[in-house]
Design a protein around this ligand. Structure first.
Ligand code: AMP
Length: 183
């Protein structure tokens, strides 16, 4: 059995949390472009230097850089059995790129699952997440500030929300309540 899933939803909707659960349950990799880019920034790699300012401001990073990361991971052997994509695609153009990549590997996307939420709840969640991390002495994400969050939410509504229609047309769109409890 192969399971290829895309998780959709604004920042703070819980994509990372649900992706981790799906990963555990089905033993497939969790591919998060945000995680890949943050680790590139931490390591000081060329990719990290190129995306750092975009990520900190909350803007989308240049598409070619992100697509390169995904191409590398999607062609990995462990992605043959499936994957959960979190944070990619974020635009229709990225969704088309993903379709092309998957077609080239004889993979079929099974579902695009949206975690539906509202902006006010997200703001509370993310600011809360940053406070908790700071209180626990953990690193706080550079883009978990109110200012960046507004940019990230605006980018979501403008660039990512149209993916709903894209995947509805493909017949694989599902929406679940992102404000319900994790279980
Ligand atoms: P995330 O952890 O998914 O919220 O992503 C954090 C940041 O990484 C975003 O605000 C963007 O700056 C960048 N990023 C992640 N995924 C993408 C993507 N698919 N396209 C462009 N930028 C991305």
């Amino acid at each position: 059995m192969t399971i290829h899933i895309v998780l959709l939803g604004p920042p703070g909707a819980g994509k990372g949390t649900q992706a981790a659960r799906i990963t555990q349950r089905y033993d497939i990799p969790h591919l998060s472009t945000g995680d890949i880019l943050r680790s590139a920034i931490r390591s000081g790699s060329e990719l990290g230097k190129q995306v750092q300012d975009y990520v900190t401001r909350g803007e989308l990073a240049p598409v070619a850089l992100v697509v390169d990361c995904i191409r590398e991971r999607v062609s990995c052997d462990d992605a043959r059995r499936g994957f959960v994509l979190d944070g990619f695609p974020r635009t229709i153009a990225q969704a088309e790129t993903l379709d092309g990549l998957m077609r080239g590997c004889d993979m079929v996307l099974g579902a695009a699952i949206e975690l539906a939420t509202d902006d006010a709840s997200l703001l509370c969640r993310i600011i809360g997440r940053a406070r908790e991390a700071a209180a626990a002495g953990q690193a706080v994400r550079a883009d978990d500030t109110e200012e960046s969050l507004k940019v990230r939410l605006a980018a979501f509504h403008k660039q990512t929300a149209p993916l709903r229609g894209y995947y509805e047309q493909a017949g694989i769109f599902r929406s679940v309540d992102g404000l319900a409890d994790v279980e």
